[in-house]
Design a protein around this ligand. Structure first.
Ligand code: GDP
Length: 365
């Protein structure tokens, strides 16, 4: 999963990005995280996987990973290629979802590029750049489809119509993700790389004193309302505090500091959780003495396709899956005890995977 961090300059993107990548266990099997300072790969914290590691003492421990990309430089005029605008827009295209950082704190010492704190105006500025870039792309797609349709290929008639209607919607300054259409048309639109189609988390960067009661902050309320209206998520976070927390190396010290602040979960944990929720993702686990590993799949994935995540042979030759829910295993303590209690189930091709399933796939080669 790849998440792109966008937002106006000086809203706290780099602070948040650095906090996230410092706080996370670096996934050092990803060499490129040291190549590009704007890309950070972090392991998804998962207490279940850690419990399994303690149980199996495996040779290899492989949590799921998330790639964060700090897409700085998105400013007014970016869609027109101002500054390095277009390069940044193309960086956003390759992400699965967007984290849109919005300044929701007042601080006279931190210059606001627009002169004042106003989350909704700021969101509009960034979204408008994304919409303008999308409109250009949508128009090209419409032209292409119209030409193909004129050439006699009827399949492109609908495509030309859909992208023409979508273009109208974008030209009204609206996001592609709020365009109402049939499922078929939506599937067609999804074949494009439109930026404003991407699921978005508005990360409301609130001040330190607001972090425990963000709902009381009018700036956050505004962002939350907007996010609700367009089916996005609003996540209150204090980038500066996260940076302070991330600087502490000692886990006990970290826990104590967070307790003092009244924080139950780090911003990274909440952000990852929100991203999984937004993208409809869950994890299943494989565990043994060789490796304990977490795998990310879409909610609703059936057992053979989940097996295919591990290896395409597993999907092709799928026979059945031996499955146990994590909580059941934990309650029993060992696999042998769980088996004796009949808690390890045998599931077939139609089985829909659940979050936290521990699985052993049986397959033909
Ligand atoms: P970017 O341009 O969006 O990447 O913004 P930066 O992360 O570089 O932050 C800009 C300035 O805002 C820096 O001086 C940060 O220390 C400050 N800043 C970031 N987050 C917070 C916050 O939550 N509260 C306060 N008061 N300042 C912050």
């Amino acid at each position: 999963m790849k998440l792109g961090i966008v937002g106006l300059p000086n809203v706290g993107k780099s602070t948040l990005f650095n906090a996230i990548t410092n706080a996370g266990i670096p996934a050092d099997n990803y060499a490129f995280c040291t190549i590009d300072p704007n890309v950070g790969v972090v392991a998804v914290p998962d207490a279940r996987l850690e419990w399994l590691r303690d149980l199996h003492q495996p040779k290899k421990f492989t949590p799921a990973t998330i790639e964060f990309v700090d897409i700085a430089g998105l400013v007014k005029g970016a869609s027109k290629g101002e500054g390095l605008g277009n390069k940044f827009l193309s960086n956003i295209r390759t992400t699965d979802a967007i984290i849109h950082v919005v300044r929701c704190f007042d601080d006279p010492n931190v210059t606001h590029v627009e002169g004042s704190t106003d989350p909704l105006r700021d969101i509009d500025i960034i979204n408008l750049e994304l919409i303008l870039a999308d409109a250009e792309m949508c128009e090209r797609r419409m032209d292409k489809a119209q030409k193909a349709a004129k050439g006699g290929d009827k399949r492109f008639l609908r495509e030309a119509e859909v992208f023409s209607a979508l273009l109208e919607h974008l030209n009204e300054g609206k996001l592609a993700r709020t365009f109402e259409c049939s499922d078929d048309d939506r599937a067609l639109i999804a074949t494009s790389d439109l930026l404003t189609l991407k699921r978005t988390i508005y990360a409301a960067n609130v001040s330190e004193d607001a972090v425990n009661d963000p709902e009381s902050v009018p700036y956050f309320q505004q962002v939350k309302k907007l996010a609700d209206e367009e089916g996005s998520l609003a996540l209150p976070i204090c980038a500066k505090l996260e940076a302070d927390i991330a600087e502490l190396d000692d886990p006990d010290e970290k826990a104590m500091f967070m307790e003092e602040l009244g924080l139950k979960q780090s911003g990274l944990d909440r952000l990852i959780q929100a991203s999984y929720e937004l993208l409809g993702l869950i994890s299943f686990l494989t565990a043994g003495s060789d490796e304990c590993r977490a795998w990310t799949i879409k909610k609703g994935t059936r057992a053979p396709q989940a097996a295919g995540k591990i290896h395409s042979d597993f999907e092709r030759g799928f026979i059945r899956a031996e499955v146990i829910a994590f909580d059941d295993l934990k309650a029993c303590g060992t696999m042998a005890a769980a088996k004796a209690k009949g808690l390890v189930r045998s599931e077939g091709k139609e089985y829909v995977m659940k979050d936290g399933d521990i699985v052993n796939f049986l397959f033909n080669v």
